[in-house]
Ligand binder design. Structure first.
Ligand SMILES: [Zn+2]
Length: 175
């Protein structure tokens, strides 16, 4: 016996108002014609409406993406802090670059998954960055891996002056 379809016409789920039954699909339930607050009509499964998987015709997600882009372009994206994050990711992923490949990729130096998202990197490293540049200036602040054989993670990174970086380099080369 197929389960009877519960009538949800007229119900509202976030931005979507259910207009009428679109079709019943054997063993999978029913799809409903909905109208989004933005005016676009869309077909949705009842389950995706009920568990919040679908909140709009797609306009909601587009707005979020747009907001994030705006925030980046008007927020930190032009700052040195952002460029440091961007360069760090490049070093560990851009295998076409021979130096990156030799010193990072082939050695298994990676950026931890969390830090692939700028917001997470900022959460972990921004306040100590600000402290460091206050003492040593922006130019004299770069990201340093405490253990050179390990990758970029919160535990293994700190801000260092050029002097400290050079000192580390000399120590490594001396080994
Ligand atoms: Zn919409």
């Amino acid at each position: 016996m197929p389960r009877p379809v519960v009538d949800i016409s007229g119900a509202r789920y976030s931005r979507l108002k259910v207009i009428k039954l679109h079709e019943k699909v054997k063993d999978r339930g029913a799809r409903w014609l909905c109208k989004c607050d933005c005016g676009t009509e869309t077909i949705s499964w009842a389950w995706e409406l009920k568990n919040g998987k679908k909140k709009s015709c797609g306009c909601f997600n587009k707005e979020i993406v747009k907001q994030q882009k705006t925030r980046l372009s008007h927020g930190l994206s032009k700052t040195r802090f952002y460029r440091i994050w961007f360069a760090m990711k490049r070093r560990c992923t851009e295998s076409k670059n021979e130096l990156f490949k030799k010193y990072y990729i082939d050695r298994g130096i990676t950026v931890c998954e969390e830090w692939l998202t700028f917001e997470n990197f900022k959460r972990d490293m921004y306040s100590c960055y600000l402290e460091h540049i206050e003492k040593h200036s922006e130019k004299n602040t770069s990201i340093d891996r405490i253990n050179n054989d390990l990758g970029y993670t919160k535990e293994n990174c700190r801000w260092a002056t050029n002097e400290v970086q050079n000192q580390n380099r000399r120590n490594r080369e001396g080994n």
